[in-house]
Design a protein around this ligand. Structure first.
Ligand code: ATP
Length: 661
């Protein structure tokens, strides 16, 4: 007999994973991808949807007490038999859909039923942007919770997690399930009260840090037998999560792939007066070095390297001005100077970070959001603080560390959903064991892609952007303009103001106005400039007049390192069968083409300046721009692979010293 009931007290999580030899890894990846391809064949899809329809029709004929009896019996059967039987899953989906129809006025479409089945069976459902993934997840989350699992619905930020809990909380309540939202700023008491809920909505960052906190609190007690023993003896330690049973990860490519390279670290402050003096000296020293003579900046990574002349100058400069003993070592002097040069030249205010309330806060380019409690490692944070003239934060001592790649592999059952993951299918399979199943759109997409335009300079690009904004907003259509950085959003805002075009700006500096900005962004003629904050997950609602005028128009003003991020922004228009269009208006001054050889760039710029946005030179320049993006994507994929292998090695090394369970 199969039982899904798990004992939360014993902190269920997957402990048996290990790094496979490379050939086995490839084989496993292929097996997962093939299984996903065969999982939901057309006949089975149709049968499932037909079954849900029939079950719901049967439920509709029952009175309230008979329906309650069906729900109770369903719970019992799901706990006993799990999800192997499609008939049982279809009944569960029908119960959830009926509640949704009554309470929310939204009945899950056939495509959402198929996607939910994919989630329930531990795969990634790839469904176009705007096809209703949040509502789809309720079917899988509620069914799993009825089966007795603790479900975490994980998304990329608190705004989306809170929004979904507010919308779907009443639906779960009607099924007798508890639902909670855990925000980043919740207190430990609030978290302790929220995590035991059947379904928890939270961001990826919140859940992984709370897991790390649990590991620190439980230390060597994080073993099922020990936890059970502690519970029996009444010596239970405080824990937040109660295990990792089932996670449904929204925007799976962002969480599993884009974020994968960021190590998540819990640390404690270790104040030191000498360290602060050292950082000040390093910035003073590096400030005297001259770009081109003493050091070069490699584009596009903007990695500084000292020239021979710079190396010769450094010891003299160090002897003249610096007091810290570090400067007596040539090697450490060079290391510190390169880091200080990076702080001075590679990391830029309002692009990579903002300064708010006297603190340097990192801006995540993928999400466009500030990450108040994230900091750079190896002294970079402190060096940037010195550069910006704000209080220098104390050095940190690492207490616990994990990556998303290792964390999510610990779930007993893991599922994901996203609109953009075709190029990372292999990684999903080999790293997370997740197959990707493509779900067709509910209605044919009406998203119109206009020809891309690439200009020789950013000046020409901004002129074209302002022109396009004016044209579409005059037609009574809302316009959303995406910029890669806060600085670019502010620059464009100045230009629109000068052109007399009213608009709103949504970026990390104005994040408290997010809900209001999103609510207005679909109004007739409304112009919104946004960084990636308005990218993933944002649902811009349109009224009938706007639909009749042609829907939302989206302008991308620069491509990102990952083309998935660009497609997400384009996906804000033409959702759920609405009309809409998007275009790219780019410049050769952007970050990606900067990696092309300088003479080639100059040649392309000369041709584009004269020849307009048509013809062979324009086509070639655009193709090279996109090729650069592809190259950067490949490099990032390689770095993620290296990080994962390093994580595995660390895990083995640390387990000898007893620092991890
Ligand atoms: N079955 C349904 N009936 C009516 N409206 C629906 C249904 N499913 C989804 N919607 C609506 O469609 C809109 C888009 O849904 P949602 O934001 O969940 O899409 P998404 O697939 O998550 O998009 P993205 O990929 O951009 O995050 C929302 O306004 C949602 O309420």
């Amino acid at each position: 007999m199969f039982s899904l009931t798990l004992h939360a007290d014993t902190y269920p999580q997957r402990r048996d994973w290990r790094d496979l030899p490379w050939l086995d890894r490839i084989g496993e990846g292929l097996r997962v991808r093939l299984a996903a391809r065969l999982a939901l064949r057309v006949g089975r899809r149709e049968a499932l949807v037909a079954r849900v329809d029939a079950e719901e029709a049967g439920l509709a004929a029952l009175d309230d007490s008979a329906r309650a009896a069906v729900l109770a019996e369903l719970r019992r059967q799901l706990r006993r038999d799990g999800f192997a039987d499609d008939a049982l899953v279809a009944r569960a989906f029908a119960v959830v859909r009926m509640a949704s129809r009554t309470l929310l006025g939204k009945a899950h479409f056939g495509t959402q039923i198929q996607g939910a089945w994919v989630l329930l069976h531990g795969n990634v459902a790839e469904m176009n942007t705007g096809e209703g993934k949040s509502l789809m997840a309720t079917l899988a989350a509620a069914t799993a919770a009825l089966a007795g699992m603790k479900v975490h619905v994980v998304t990329v930020n608190d705004y989306l997690a809170g929004r979904d809990r507010d919308e779907f909380g009443p639906l779960y309540a009607a099924l007798g399930l508890s639902c909670a939202f855990v925000g980043e700023s919740a207190t430990p008491e609030e978290k302790s009260a929220a995590y035991p809920a059947d379904i928890v909505y939270c961001s990826n960052k919140t859940i992984v840090f709370d897991y790390l906190r649990d590991r620190l609190a439980l230390l060597d007690r994080m073993q099922p037998l020990r936890l059970a023993l502690d519970a029996m003896l009444g010596q239970r330690r405080r824990q937040l999560l109660h295990g990792l049973q089932f996670a449904i990860v929204d925007e799976a490519d962002s969480v599993f792939v884009d974020e994968a390279r960021t190590p998540l670290i819990i640390s404690a402050a270790r104040p030191s007066v000498e360290a602060e003096a050292f950082y000040r000296e390093a910035i003073a020293l590096a400030g005297q070095l001259v770009v081109g003579d003493d050091f070069t900046l490699e584009v596009p990574q903007r990695q500084p390297s000292l020239t021979e002349a710079g190396r010769r100058r450094l010891p003299q400069l160090a002897a003249a001005g610096a007091g810290s003993p570090v400067w007596r070592s040539v090697l450490r002097t060079e290391e510190a100077c390169v880091l200080a040069l990076q702080a001075l030249h590679a990391f830029r205010r309002d692009i990579h970070y903002i300064v708010r309330d006297g603190k340097v806060m990192i801006v995540d380019e993928n999400t466009g959001r500030v990450m108040p409690d994230r900091s750079w490692e190896r002294g970079l944070q402190q060096l940037i603080e010195v550069k910006e003239g704000v209080a220098v934060s104390p050095e940190k001592e690492t207490l616990g560390r994990i990556s998303y790649q290792l964390f999510f592999r610990r779930y007993l059952r893991l599922a994901g959903m996203t609109g953009t993951c075709r190029e990372v299918r292999g990684e999903m399979a080999s790293v997370y064991g997740l197959g990707v199943v493509r779900i067709p759109p509910y209605r044919p997409s009406r998203r119109l892609r206009l020809p891309a335009r690439l200009f020789a300079s950013s000046e020409a690009r901004w002129l074209a952007v302002v022109d396009s904004v004016a044209r579409y907003s005059r037609q009574g259509r809302p316009v959303l303009v995406g910029t890669r950085s806060i600085a670019a959003s502010e620059h464009l805002s100045g230009r629109l103001q000068a052109a007399g075009i009213a608009h709103q700006v949504l970026n990390a500096k104005q994040d408290e106005q997010e809900a209001g900005c999103v609510a207005r962004a679909g109004e007739a003629g409304q112009v919104t400039i946004a960084t990636n904050m308005a990218g993933r997950g944002t649902d811009i609602k349109l009224d009938d007049a706007v639909r009749a005028a042609g829907g939302l128009h989206v302008i991308l003003t620069e491509l990102h390192d990952a083309s998935r991020v660009d497609r997400q922004l384009a996906g804000r228009c033409a959702r759920m069968g609405d009309p809409g269009s998007w275009e790219e208006i780019l410049s050769l001054d952007d970050e990606l083409p900067a990696g092309l050889p300088t003479p080639l760039l100059a040649l392309l710029a000369a041709r584009l300046a004269g020849g307009g946005q048509r013809g062979a030179w324009h086509g070639l320049a655009l193709a090279l721009y996109r090729w650069r993006q592809w190259r950067v994507e490949r490099r990032h994929a390689h770095l993620r692979e290296l990080l994962l292998r390093a994580d595995f090695r660390n895990r083995v090394a640390l387990s000898f010293t007893g620092e991890m369970e």
